[in-house]
Design a protein around this ligand. Structure first.
Ligand code: 5GP
Length: 112
């Protein structure tokens, strides 16, 4: 079981900023920007690489929820970054699909 499943199940605490039947969003415990929020499906999909056609609407919702949270957090004017890491070279460390919402400072490109 991943640490994010434990957050979904309320076995460990998290600073939750959004929740509905399908999606949970909470603040990253090790923030890399003034605002760093993780948006995850409650369904235990490992990454976008493991998602299938039946998950298309759910994946779309992750982005729409992230955009709505960004709006609520006042990030829309300055902009923000959405990232989902996949596998070893992608830098994924928690194997439950998540979209990072990062904002509140300028982002460099390319990422290191
Ligand atoms: P990844 O490296 O898989 O793309 O991102 C995983 C993220 O989960 C990291 O940014 C890390 O700081 C965050 N994280 C890991 N464990 C916890 C935890 O227990 N609680 C919260 N809120 N975030 C966590």
């Amino acid at each position: 079981m991943t640490i994010f499943q434990k957050i979904i199940d309320r076995e460990i605490p998290a600073d939750i900023v959004f929740e509905d039947d399908e999606v949970l969003a909470f603040r990253d415990v090790n923030p890399q920007a003034p605002t760093h929020i993780l948006v995850i499906p409650k369904k235990p999909i490992v990454s976008v690489a493991e998602a299938g056609p039946a998950d298309a609407a759910l994946l779309g919702r992750l982005l729409l929820v992230a955009a709505e949270i960004a709006r609520q957090q006042g990030l829309e004017e300055g902009g923000y970054r959405l990232v989902t890491n996949v596998g070893r070279d992608g830098g994924q460390s928690v194997f439950h699909l998540h979209v990072h919402l990062l904002g509140g400072r300028p982002m460099g490109w390319p990422p290191g």
